[in-house]
Design a protein around this ligand. Structure first.
Ligand code: SF4
Length: 368
């Protein structure tokens, strides 16, 4: 509680914001442009916008939202497949609430529910286990999205299903890994980046060591940081200091919870149950080895293997979430932003999600 108060202390926040602006000015004088920093995590994007830091620093640091919102990066094909499955008579589909309003090609899970599909919002993957136990005559399918933060909870649900010998539970795995997508972004060279603010929650599982490649292969610095204003600004300041000193290391500025090697227990269970697979990312396409799926031994819990669903090619829309996710444009550069697309009538996942960049800009940075 005391720590939370310190990390959001107004005077400390103001002083740190001034220090970041001063440090960035030095960079701007030297390079003739603002430093470009990608905050990888959707929670960071929302925290920067909500705290006013992004607005305060807009003339000093180009903060680019990265591909770290799990709802936003979930491919449209997964939504279409889920809608298709939910129409089967004996299926109960379980999902996190944010996924309900994400538009698929023709409708959303919310519309499917309104049309009679049995779709339930759950708060933890293990809730779907209870639903499967309560409804032995139904097939219970959980839409398993998420990054390394959520994946251990998906594995825990599978372990529980295994222990209880459930035959009517499965997961549609569409998980994402942070390191492969950062590699893909850097290899594309589409956006000029000077450094990364790295995701605090994911790093608890993966550890600081998982970002070594940023320094070894791409000579780009990164700072792992928390989510309160003081933590965000401290991370930015340390990143700018590295840029001034020409260093490209990875700094762990979230040492209370992030360790060098991460969480061994979570890693052990992930290694036991899951294996690497190529994953489709919205706006990016397939990235080699960028997801985790159930090992063959656990195929009975794999909804993709259990149900033969081949979603059609997704329909193209004017939504530019793909460009937002890759950091190529800002929400204001999408012609639908705050016109045809608002949080009450979202056209794309970046406006639906509570961690979406378009939602963050709409709620906290919009100029009337
Ligand atoms: Fe998609 Fe709406 Fe964002 Fe445009 S404003 S990119 S339509 S979510």
């Amino acid at each position: 509680m005391l720590e939370t108060k310190i990390f959001s202390h107004p005077e400390l926040t103001r002083r740190l914001a001034d220090a970041v602006a001063n440090s960035a000015e030095t960079f701007i004088k030297r390079e003739g442009r603002m430093p470009s920093v990608m905050e990888v995590c959707g929670s960071h994007t929302m925290a920067f916008a909500k705290s006013g830091i992004k607005t305060r620093l807009r003339d000093y640091v180009r903060l680019i939202a990265g591909p770290g919102c799990p709802v936003c990066v979930t491919d449209q094909k997964a939504i279409d497949a889920m809608i298709c499955l939910s129409k089967k008579n004996n299926v109960i589909l379980c999902t996190f609430g944010d996924m309900m309003r994400v538009p698929g090609s023709d409708s959303s899970l919310l519309q499917a529910k309104t049309n009679g599909s049995d779709i339930r919002i759950i708060y933890s993957p293990s809730d779907s286990i209870q639903i499967a136990k309560d409804h032995p005559d139904k097939e219970v399918i959980f839409l398993g999205i998420g990054f390394e933060t959520t994946i251990p909870a998906l594995v825990a649900a599978v372990r529980e299903a295994e222990k209880k010998d459930l035959t009517n539970f499965s997961i549609w795995m569409t998980t994402k890994l942070v390191a492969p997508v950062l590699r893909a972004l850097l290899q594309s060279g589409e956006v000029k980046l000077d450094g990364f603010l790295l995701p605090g929650h994911v790093s608890i599982v993966t550890g600081k060591q998982s970002y070594r490649f940023l320094n070894d292969k791409y000579q780009i610095p990164g700072v792992i940081t928390g989510f309160e204003p003081v933590q965000l600004l401290s991370g930015l300041l340390k990143l700018l200091n590295q840029l001034h000193e020409g260093r490209t290391g990875i700094i762990n500025d979230y040492t209370y919870v992030v360790k060098e090697a991460g969480n061994f227990t979570a890693q052990h269970y992930m290694d036991t149950y899951l294996t690497r697979a190529d994953e489709e990312w919205r706006g990016i396409g397939e990235i080699r080895g960028s997801g985790l799926v159930l090992k063959e031994k656990y195929a009975r819990f794999d909804a993709k293997k259990k149900f033969n669903v081949l979603p059609a090619e997704p329909r193209k829309t004017k939504c530019r979430c793909g460009d937002i996710i890759r950091g190529v444009i800002t929400p204001e550069e999408c012609i639908l932003f705050n016109k045809a697309c608002t949080p009450s009538k979202p056209v794309g996942p970046c406006m639906v999600s509570s961690e979406g960049t378009c939602a963050a800009h709409y709620h906290f940075m919009r100029e009337e």
